[in-house]
Design a protein around this ligand. Sequence first.
Ligand code: ADP
Ligand code: MG
Length: 702
Amino acid sequence: MHPKRPPQLFALFAGTTVLPGVGAKLAAILEKRVGAHVIDVLRHLPVGLIDRRARPDLNNIVDGSIATFEILVVKHDKPPHGTRRPWRVLTENESGRLDILFFHARDDYVARMLPAGERRIVSGRVEIRQGRAQMAHPDHIVRPDDRASMPEMEPTYPLTAGLTPKALRRAIEGALDRVPDLTEWIPDEIMTRFDWPDFATAMRRVHSPETADDLLPTAAARARLAFDELLANQLALSLVRHAAADSTPGRSFAGDGSLTTALSSELPFSLTGAQRRAIDDIRNNQISERRMLRMLQGDVGSGKTLVALFAMLQVVEAGAQAALLAPTEVLARQHHKTINGFLAPLGLEARLLLGQGRAGGTGNAGRRQVIEELANGSAQIVIGTHALISENVTYHNLGLAVVDEQHRFGVRQRIMLGQKGQGVDVIVMTATPIPRSLAMTAYGDLDHSRLDEKPAGRLPIDTRALPLDRLADVVARLHSALADGKRAYWICPLVEESEKLDVAAAEERHAALSKALPDLTVALAHGKMKAAERDSAMQAFRDGDAQLLVATTVVEVGVDVPDASVIIIEHAERFGLAQLHQLRGRVGRSDTASSCLLLYQGPLSETANARLGVMRETNDGFEIAERDLELRGPGEFLGQRQSGLPEFVLADLAAHRDLLGLARDVASNMLDDQDRPIDPGKTDMLLSLFERDSAVRFLASG
Ligand code: ADP
Ligand code: MG
């Protein structure tokens, strides 16, 4: 089945330029921050509320408060050309005087808005300066007979450069005018139980809050829309599952056990119980005719790659090919190296395929050869980057696709790999532990295996927190550790808003540490470097030519340097728990003791303090994920980037957790025994409106 966009919704899926005041330029700005369509504007919810009802006497104002006044414009004090002085408009009413200030004013604008001798209503922040009441750049200036156009309670929205509150408000109002009345898809019983408004009313209400309570995730209008989004997510996942299990008749990959048995006996360690269970589940799934679409979830170091390797060998035994897709070249090379280490005793060799013209890549001739071997079937196992799914790569008989670190890939890419053959099984490996209570938003009914057990003998990572003003001590201790032959990471924070500044900070830290540790080699890796340069820095660190690697969070995912045993995270208070845990997982990858130092800038907020506490207390990713969820207040969204969860715009997983189970039940009632929509019109409506990942819809189409 393929969800079709119902015609009633066309008005909501028009480009934003149909909205009042939105031209090409504003549309481009909106697209970046909000989205490209009318519906995206509606989903951009207010975060605050300005109360403009206060109309104090001018001789009795509260400095810094928001207030509204009706005033008479007395005269303009226009600054001489070329001075920095603001344009001052002197006004008054019965209760006193008010100076209205404009900086960098355009001549006609101020004169037009506040003509001398006329009355106006102005609203904004008032301040007292040298005993005079003044207001700089009022938020609103309206004629007395137009007072109704000024909102008394005004919602505020997340903004961005070039997007003014006024322009956004106008666009939202235009968008609200386009909301059609739709047939209700939520069962009556639930609507009554929660006293929820219908969709159109809910949209209007979330954009016109009257009290602070209306902004809470629990407010009826917000909860309703959050529920819609969760419901669409659950429906989409069921449909994906249906498509995976049903649309492509799976294939049975039954091997003779020769390779997997050989691998087991070659291993210098014994598998964990969780690994055994996962390997068995996967094998059964592979043998069955049912197509596999499975998440393999496990903390860093829990041994996912090895589990995947067992699955790959099973496919090879059955005469088919297996591919492992890594998010970066560094990771592809790393997997290639480790996997070939395991394969050598079995007389097998995995191929490596990277993008064209990539520095340090496999070279054009080498690439052509691998592509040919994949096409004729002589290559059985291939590891690579996106190159694996490029158009000119065909497979003789692909049976299994393993995708590493799913959150760096779109669903579409995962699917494309699955489509490189008939009934290809797919395993998605993710190192981001997702709390059990939320697993269903990420997987729905998809099969999944959890590696919730660490290999025996792993030492917990000794974790401490220290304020940044102890930097000198830290560097001294680091020096002696490195002189002892240890290798360390120094992580500098990367805040997306201003990558440039962060890179500068990393470069500065690199220079300072190089200077402080003159007898050692300090490498640098950050996101703004050329890939080749960055790879060679990491390589130097891996080979031990550099003892310290100063890096931004580019090392976050999957980089494996078992000899590194110290990690220092600067400004640890800026990172989320999931990310701290990921970063810490860069060490503790061998049987030597490792340590993690969280350098923070005080004073710490209560949650930042709690986060650092959790890091000190436990090394268990699943537990950290649960604690993370508890620590997040309502309104703190679990971003996909950090959590591995799908990104919700209206739902707040911390606040709406109780709605999730309900959404799942309602979703399953909307599908028949074979997971087919009972009322396709409603299902299409929901998916169109709320399931943002169009690739999920694409997959649902089989
Ligand atoms: P993940 O991909 O889950 O982070 P890896 O598969 O890279 O973990 O495993 C981390 C390291 O642990 C690898 O060097 C791997 O060979 C090793 N390893 C895997 N399983 C076990 C085990 N059961 N006992 C000991 N070491 C293991
Ligand atoms: Mg199968």
